[in-house]
Ligand binder design. Structure first.
Ligand SMILES: [Zn+2]
Length: 309
């Protein structure tokens, strides 16, 4: 047995396979991204805590002698084990290496791939359908988002995707719809653009706000940021059924039908959905980058096809 193998055994360190599994689960918990081990001390400690490693196991240093160069390289054994496990995951294409991820995020991080994400779901016994609403990032989805944010708003934009009927594979469709969801939620800071509500689940996995299509999915609306709005569930519903729409200068317009509804409709205690929740002419909260604001062609379509005047 090698000197390193000897030390791993003597100190009863976890096996590489066990570290690989825990790494995938930790990546999932950290929304798909963790720092490179040399710079992310807290991650190194967090994973060590999961294995209940003692002080010696965390601190012991491996000395390797490079005879040719006549130098000794010292590396903490635990760091090396983590790196070797992550390296195996990268070889299996379950994560991307910091040298690859940096080209996408400008940071040296390990990131889940789509396959790694699926494996983490299996390990955690989470149904695959949840993937659509979880905030976990994958390299493929981030690549798509980067492409979208680098494009400028098209002049002649058509919010309807006529080719959408000829469906791509479900994997591609899933990457596209998650890319849409993430770019919309991030651009709007996870707030409803009408009421400003921002809230997530106690376990931090689910945001209340939804990425709404302006031209709906059912009408072949595109999965891009110019056809998207971040809306809380109540405003999403009201937008989809045509209770309100948005003007070309991004102000709220409310359907005249709201003047003719029974007195007890739209009330939550003293809160009146039509007076307090939908204020005529109130500006909509928009992303900081104006080039990812909704496209006029999309909101025009909504006013003409969904909104009840
Ligand atoms: Zn809202």
């Amino acid at each position: 047995m090698s000197y390193e193998g000897d030390m791993l055994k003597k100190l009863a360190m976890p096996t590489k396979q066990d570290v690989e599994k825990v790494l995938l689960k930790t990546l999932f918990k950290h929304n798909g991204i963790i720092k490179e081990f040399s710079s992310g001390e807290e991650i190194v400690e967090e994973i060590a805590d999961l294995f209940l490693l003692n002080e010696e196991q965390r601190k012991v240093v491996l000395e390797r002698i490079y005879k040719k160069e006549n130098r000794i390289v010292k590396t903490p054994l635990w760091h090396r084990l983590l790196y070797r496990a992550a390296d195996s995951l990268a070889k299996e294409k379950l994560v991307t290496r910091p040298t690859t991820t940096i080209q996408l995020t400008n940071r040296k991080e390990w990131m889940l791939t789509e396959n790694g994400y699926d494996k983490a779901l299996r390990l955690l016994d989470i149904p695959f359908e949840r993937k659509e609403v979880l905030p976990v990032k994958s390299f493929e989805v981030q690549k798509l988002i980067k492409r979208m944010t680098e494009m400028s708003a098209p002049e002649n934009y058509d919010p309807i995707d006529n080719k959408k009927v000829i469906k791509t594979t479900s994997k591609e469709a899933s990457i596209r719809s998650r890319g849409f969801r993430q770019i919309v939620l991030e651009s709007y800071d996870c707030k409803c653009c009408i009421c400003g509500l921002k809230i997530k689940s106690p376990d931090s996995l689910y945001w209340e706000v939804e990425a709404a299509h302006i031209v709906p999915h059912t009408r072949n609306g595109k999965d891009d940021v110019w056809n998207g709005l971040a809306l809380c569930r109540l405003h999403h519903w009201a937008f989809d059924v045509g209770w309100f729409s948005i003007t070309d200068d991004f102000k709220i317009i409310v359907s005249d039908f709201s003047k003719n509804i029974p007195d007890d409709y739209g009330k939550i205690g003293s809160y009146d959905f039509f007076k307090d929740g939908l204020v005529e002419n109130k500006p909509v909260f928009l992303p900081a980058n104006s080039y990812i604001s909704p496209h006029k062609k999309a909101i025009q379509w909504h006013r003409e096809n969904i909104f009840y005047r």
